[in-house]
Design a protein around this ligand. Structure first.
Ligand code: NDP
Length: 307
């Protein structure tokens, strides 16, 4: 589309595609900051509340995309982004696409390369917040991809949540986000496992949570110390809890005695056992990190061989 024609249809600052819980929160925050916003959703009814707050509803994706220089996609998964944007690739040319849909790093890179092929400036975002945090200073959104897009749009992005730029590799924001979520979900699974263990004594999950939360919170102070050892690469430094001392088979057995599936703690014990079996029992518990990395690179090289 010639620039002059495109300028005629640029009637709003941002176009938001996807008005689920997150997309609606983002659109609301943008409207609240005084931006003009065009909204589109596959199920049109979801736009109603935002229109009442000043948004302009687009009846079709093409109309939404051509309405603004900045198009924000907050859909469900990669296929929903592809299905929505594929047919309007030509209209996206010359615009900036901010994709806040959760994807894997590889999927984010694939979208960035698709965007580059269509002359679209691409910024990938990973939302580390729930919808209620959008428009507050809680939570954050990680970005990677086009630095120009990030720097130009910072006043828009910062309204949603504190913004953090992670470099030109479009997959990096997603990678950091998913690595953070991996830790969070394993912590939650650990909590569910512990709550199931004490359930036989009649302790409720709420009672257990009241004890577990401050304990876990205190334990997180150890992360920085473990990180120093991992970054230094010397697992023999004095003052470390050894792998031998970290043997968790008594917790696995206790879980079994209670008739509770030991899967979460057994997975940790397997990592420890592997290090001990390799002769590292006297070294730091944090050496588990090396085992994880080594296992990952073996998996990658096996996949490579299969391909
Ligand atoms: P919702 O389930 O509330 O909304 C999903 C949105 O995607 C809806 O607008 C839905 O449209 C649309 N959609 C789904 N499939 C398609 C499709 N094939 N074509 C077009 N549109 C489609 O999810 P959220 O808003 O909560 O999440 C959106 C993204 O934000 C996700 O990737 C999620 O992982 C991410 N995110 C969400 C967080 C949260 O706490 N909610 C936190 C961090 C990230 P329709 O209304 O028609 O179904």
């Amino acid at each position: 589309m010639p620039e002059s024609t495109r300028n005629q249809v640029r009637t709003t600052d941002i176009s938001m595609l996807g008005l689920g819980a997150m997309g609606s929160a983002l659109a609301t925050a943008s409207l609240g900051s005084g931006r003009s916003v065009t909204v589109w959703n596959r199920t049109p009814d979801r736009a109603r509340g935002l229109v009442a707050h000043g948004a302009r509803a687009a009846g079709a994706v093409r109309e939404a995309v051509t309405a603004s220089p900045v198009v924000v996609a907050c859909l469900l998964t990669l296929p929903s982004v592809q299905e929505t944007l594929g047919p309007v690739a030509d209209e996206l040319r010359g615009r900036t696409l901010v994709n806040l849909t959760t994807t894997t790093p590889g999927e984010a890179r694939a979208l960035a390369s698709w965007a580059a092929g269509h002359g679209v400036d691409y910024l990938d975002g990973a939302v580390m917040a729930v919808p209620a945090m959008i428009g507050t200073r809680e939570g954050r959104i990680l970005y990677s991809g086009s630095r120009t897009a990030y720097e130009t749009l910072l006043p828009v992005l910062d309204v949603w949540a504190p913004a953090e730029y992670h470099g030109a590799d479009a997959g990096r924001a997603s990678l950091v986000d998913l690595a953070m979520l991996s830790g969070m979900y394993q912590m939650f699974a650990g909590f569910f496992h512990g709550a199931a263990m004490v359930a036989s004594t009649g302790m409720t999950a709420s009672d257990f949570a009241a004890r577990q939360a401050p304990f876990l919170s205190a334990m997180t102070h150890g992360l920085a110390d473990y990180a120093k050892v991992v970054d230094g690469g010397d697992y023999t430094v004095p003052g470390q809890q050894s792998l031998d001392f970290s043997d968790l088979s008594h917790i696995v057995r206790t879980s079994e005695e209670q008739g509770v599936d030991p899967a979460p703690i057994a997975a940790v014990q397997a990592l420890i056992s592997r290090q001990i079996a390799a002769g590292h029992g006297a070294e730091s518990f944090s050496r588990v990190y090396e085992g994880l990395r080594a296992a990952g690179s073996q998996a990658v090289s096996t996949e490579g061989a299969a391909a």
